[in-house]
Design a protein around this ligand. Structure first.
Ligand SMILES: [Zn+2]
Length: 241
């Protein structure tokens, strides 16, 4: 058996799977193979359908990519939860790298000059201590080698949780919640904007609209996971496969 450097690290600080909590094998990183296999990628037809449903008519977001379906019971929920609430930044970078590899494969026409994270309001960032999407952005940026522009996009207004709101209420809830620093030139440039999860797209569209107002030419919306309040949608699609 080939010697794996993780054997030494695991001896001192055992690593475990964020979903099933079992010890990771030396050749496993971040999540165990069984749990990783349980996470469903977003099928291309669903991605197209989401784009048409939530983004196409507004003409703000030019294309979308989302890696995993945020199904009930899916291990992706545990991974994102650990990133968001338990300071497991490495999961963000891990997801970002996976996303970047898929973008390279499935979106060869995308050209990008920079990448933004959807910002949290400063008050929320202080409570949590960080923005989980910043780590996904770091992972993507490290693979695609694109500059991070996140500091130029601000959330000027704290918005109540979107959880119990419908599509129209969500749009109103985030209206004018973002601003872009005046001294930044976005003219003719193309950007990726990243959130951890896309549900209705209201938040990421609103943030992207400010980038377009400042002259950005093309905006791609990217997330680690895709969900919907029509919670049956993902299962319906999987059953068709
Ligand atoms: Zn596991």
């Amino acid at each position: 058996m080939r010697f794996h450097p993780n054997i030494i690290f695991d001896f001192f600080i055992p690593r475990s799977c964020p979903s099933c909590k079992t010890r990771l094998a030396p050749n496993e990183n971040y999540i165990c193979k069984l749990c990783l296999n349980e996470i469903n990628n977003v099928p291309k037809n669903l991605l197209d359908e989401e784009y048409n449903k939530s983004f196409k008519s507004e003409k703000i977001i030019d294309d979308i990519f989302s890696l995993f379906l945020f199904d009930e019971d899916s291990p992706i929920r545990n991974l994102i939860h650990e990133l968001k609430y338990n300071r497991k930044f490495m999961y963000g970078k891990f997801l970002g790298k996976l996303i970047a590899k898929e973008i390279t494969k499935t979106k060869p026409n995308w050209k990008f000059d920079g990448i933004f994270a959807v910002p949290l309001h400063p008050s929320k960032k202080v409570t949590r201590g960080y923005n989980q999407s910043d780590f996904i952005v770091k992972g993507i940026s490290s693979v695609l080698n694109i500059p991070i522009y996140s500091k130029y996009l601000k959330r000027k207004r704290a918005t109540p949780s979107q959880t119990n709101l419908n599509v129209m209420e969500r749009k109103r809830n985030v209206a004018n919640a973002f601003s872009v620093k005046k001294n930044i030139k976005l003219n003719e440039k193309s950007f990726i904007i990243v959130d951890d999860i896309i549900t209705t797209g209201a938040t990421i569209s609103e943030a992207a609209s400010k980038l377009k107002e400042m002259g950005a030419q093309t905006i791609y919306a990217v997330s680690a996971a895709l969900t919907s309040f029509d919670t049956t949608f993902s299962r319906e699609h999987l059953n068709q496969e």
